[in-house]
Ligand binder design. Sequence first.
Ligand SMILES: Cc1ncc(COP(=O)(O)O)c(C=O)c1O
Length: 409
Amino acid sequence: MENVHLFNADLQTPAFVYDEQYMLNVLTLLSRVRNDCGCRILFSVKAFSFIDVLRLISPCVDGFAASSLFEATLCKEILGTSGTVHVTTPGLQERDLRALIDECDYISFNSIPQWLRHRQHATGRAFCGLRVNPKLSFVADERYDPCRPHSKLGAPIDELAELADCRRGALTGITGLHIHNNCEAQSFEPLVQTVRHLYDRLGRILADIHWLNLGGGYLFDRYGDLEGLVQVVDFVKCKSPVEVFFEPGKAIVKNAGYLVASVVDLFENDGKSIAILDTTVNHLPEVFEYQYRPQILQNLPQGKFSYLLAGATCLSGDIFGDYQCDHELTVGSRIIFKEVGAYSLVKAHMFNGVNLPAVYAYSPDAKFSLRRQFTYHDYRSRWMGGTRFTDGDGSDRPCNSRPLIIEQD
Ligand SMILES: Cc1ncc(COP(=O)(O)O)c(C=O)c1O
């Protein structure tokens, strides 16, 4: 899809386009891995939760990984009985636990106190596990590093080892372990190291558990990239007959996503040409949060025309950065940001009342189809007061325990 002219179809901008074939290609690689080493593949829905995409992905995976009750509820709705729902969150609350146990097949508690506080309620169909923090850092930017100093993510590995030695009963009911300690890694070497470290420190626990979730955080787009994962799974399965899960998000959707914008104004300031777009960094929030610089299809380092691409809101920092083009931009020109399928639409918001991008699928037969348009109604519905909230069955359960029905007073 790297052809600029493709996007000049009748797309209404701003548009978020996802390439179905790209996702299916990555999923095909993953099913080869699954066949080769017998691991289970989950899609981590936090990366992109668009329902049409979840429906596309669900037949190719063993389940979905969620981070909250709302995500878990969505996962269950899409999967029904044809896949498992896995959840882990540092923010688990008692009021959500009953519903989570109903929606989920696997719950990984994030800390030892969280587990001990909730274990008596965690009886039911869900398998309980513990997220371990292996305390091995591989991510340079602490904001993305689950093993940063004083991390809130997972039970520190040494504490868990001590618990296994001194208070074994505290782990009764724990059937699996969960790790996730990487971000955008290009090789599985860190996972090899992490799993070896886990077996060195937690061998006694690992001998007793039934499943191990390896998390996500790895990028790949060729089968060769995944050989390290196959080795890890083989290593684990040689030790004991555990079920191994791998739950990538970004690797499946990142390169499948494009944000298409139009130039709405052009002017000079302090010797730079400013191009205002009909999108905003709020459609790609990591541009602002993490100073991430998205690539555009038209960017040519030697291009003669330089522009500061800027967003449509009143925030002065709503800018994408300096880019070069080989042709002059005019009002109406298209700018196509690429590789923006992950953690973009799920984080996007309507600050300043700027509408969210329309969502288009680009199908394997090379057709764009409009899947969602946001309207003033979507904007307004967030700001409506004077409402009462009930569960679907009218009972008086806490309002975030189930999908809401909002009734006007
Ligand atoms: C527990 C867990 N699993 C899986 C993922 C997915 O990671 P990625 O999208 O980088 O593959 C994340 C991302 O934050 C995570 O926190």
